[in-house]
Design a protein. Structure first.
Length: 558
């Protein structure tokens, strides 16, 4: 199979076949050979220039539309196939708003684009006729070139559509040229898709590795009433601190995977001590503290993950002033990873509820951490903590447990994005302050997903989707509690709606590896539409029950 660069070279050699007919059809001043050679060169430049894949497709459309002898109107689109035999529009130029919305996703076999995909052949029409299943009021007459885009196994990966002036009469040479252009576009699209697939596959594998470690460590955490979410938050807090201290990307990745191993040694602490409700004796306290050396003994090896995990396990209870355990290390004698995880672990413990204590408010816990700078904690780590407070608060809100009401009124600036696709306004208010604030937070998260998709940075896309899914779980849980307390009769229906959202989001994450461009586009559309329907639709049903029965809730004016 030839590369798209070779295809472009062949395309240039075929220009002479256009003959004089193309020039006379386009006008006496048009030189088809020169114009097409220039277009070939520009397409080659676009293909070779590092840029956002969607921008790359837009640029290709622009080049094709400027070939005057083709009589292409200043309209066109590129669709990408998903795994459900549907075409998803990922790039377009000049389409009417109504047509853009209607054609955002079409089935194989539907309208001309779907027919070109299903039949794997170029379809050319010089007018709007009965084969156009999708029309709208005010549509003007025009023609079409619908060019299927195929991979190396002759499977459909997309369709390129160019709009023609009504009545355009194509030629055999023109058909050959369009076929060649389709092969070039296929090469560009396939190369970028394969690259995105490889990146997303690697990212998903990393997340799977994290999940395995989290689940294994959580098995020991459950014995002392801690949760799997604790180790996830602690790992994320540690990464924020490490980044603030200047650790490299590889060091941050190792830290994130090693941090959950900090209490692995608790597996060797007897239940009579680990689960004791009352105060420990000195002897029992010594056995509890032995989890640091037990963990160090478990994590023996030369792999960086084991080396860092062992450092953390044995040193995360050491203190900057030397009063910690098990070795009474002081200052920089404590490994940096241990100093980082010491703060992350204590902060999460302070802000999390346990059977024997209530969670501290966020600001109270921050103040305590700052107060212990130079005694319990490394001052440099505390500075990194303070500098990263916006991101720390974001992690606390998204992945936290049982504090949605308290802190959703303070949204971190780091979650804001430029040119948001959704903005909160008072018409979205449901009348309950805590729910309104949570909706604002969800809108910000969805804007982040859109921002990641527009930039087509796979890691940011996956991370943004996972963050939004995690916070949606917090929000849905809060909503369902309010509905249950208010006696809302359609609670089970609302729960099913929430469940369908999670199912859809999971399916997007699963399909992302196979069809990254199509699924990213679908995800952005779905999330925006779903949240707007959720806020302005379903949530309006339960709010009157909440307002009438929850006397401690202050209504928000609308």
């Amino acid at each position: 199979m030839m590369s798209f660069v070779e295809e472009l070279e062949i395309l240039g050699s075929r220009i002479d076949e256009l003959g004089d007919d193309a020039g006379s059809a386009a006008g006496a001043d048009v030189n088809p050979e020169r114009e097409t050679r220039e277009a070939v060169g520009r397409i080659l430049d676009v293909a070779m220039t590092p840029m956002n894949v969607v921008k790359q497709l837009h640029e290709m459309l622009n080049v094709l539309m400027e070939i005057s002898w083709l009589r292409v109107k200043n309209k066109g689109a590129i669709f990408v196939a998903n795994g459900r035999r549907e075409l998803v529009m990922v790039a377009q130029k000049g389409l009417d708003g109504a047509l853009h919305a209607t054609c955002a996703k079409i089935r194989f076999g539907q309208c001309l684009c779907g027919q070109a995909a299903q039949e794997k052949r170029i379809i050319m029409k010089n007018c709007v006729d009965h084969d156009h299943h999708i029309t709208f009021e005010g549509m003007t007459d025009h023609g079409h070139y619908c060019v299927p885009l195929l991979d190396n196994q002759d499977e459909i990966i997309g369709v390129m559509v160019l709009y023609l002036k009504a009545g355009h009469q194509g030629s055999e040479e023109e058909q050959s040229l369009m076929k060649m252009l389709g092969r070039v576009a296929s090469g560009v699209l396939l190369n970028r898709t394969l690259g995105l697939r490889a990146q997303i596959n690697r990212i998903r594998l990393e997340h799977a590795q994290f999940d395995v470690i989290h689940k294994l460590v959580a098995a020991s955490e459950y014995r002392d009433n801690e949760t799997g979410e604790h180790i996830k938050r602690m790992a994320r807090y540690s990464v924020v601190l490490g980044r603030g201290l200047g650790l490299s990307r590889s060091e941050l990745k190792t830290l994130e995977m090693a941090a959950p191993l900090h209490d692995i040694g608790k597996i060797g602490v007897p239940d009579r001590i680990l689960l004791k409700q009352g105060k420990l004796t000195d002897e029992e306290r010594g056995e509890m503290q032995s989890h640091t050396t037990i963990g160090s003994g478990i994590l023996v090896g030369i792999h960086p993950l084991l080396v860092t995990g062992r450092q953390i396990a044995v040193s995360h209870h050491e203190k900057w002033d030397g009063t910690g355990y098990p070795n009474g290390l002081k200052g920089e004698d404590i490994p940096l990873a241990g100093r980082i995880c010491a703060l992350a672990d204590v902060f999460d413990a302070l802000t999390s509820a346990r059977p024997y204590k209530e969670a501290w408010p966020f600001d109270k816990a921050v103040a305590w951490i700052v107060d212990k700078s130079g005694t319990h904690f490394d001052p440099a780590v505390v500075r990194a903590f303070v500098d990263g407070l916006d991101e720390i608060r974001e992690i606390y809100l998204i992945y936290g447990e049982g504090h949605a009401d308290e802190d959703c009124t303070r949204l971190p600036d780091t979650i804001q994005v430029q040119e948001p696709v959704m903005c909160w306004d008072e018409s979205m208010s449901v009348g309950v302050a805590s729910i309104d604030k949570q909706h604002q937070f969800l809108i910000n998260l969805i804007n982040r997903v859109h921002y990641a998709i527009e930039a087509y940075r796979p890691r940011d896309i996956v991370d943004a989707l996972l963050a939004m899914k995690s916070y949606a779980e917090v929000h849905f849980d809060e909503e369902e509690k309010l509905m249950e307390e208010a006696g809302y009769p359609d609670l089970e229906k609302h729960r099913r709606i929430h469940h369908s959202f999670f199912h859809k989001t999971e399916s997007f994450l699963s399909e992302l590896e196979e069809s990254p461009l199509a699924i990213c586009t679908e995800t952005g559309h779905y999330l925006t539409r779903w949240l707007m329907d959720h806020i302005k639709g379903e949530d309006r049903g339960y709010i009157p029950y909440v307002l009438s029965r929850a006397q401690d809730v202050e209504p928000v004016s609308t």
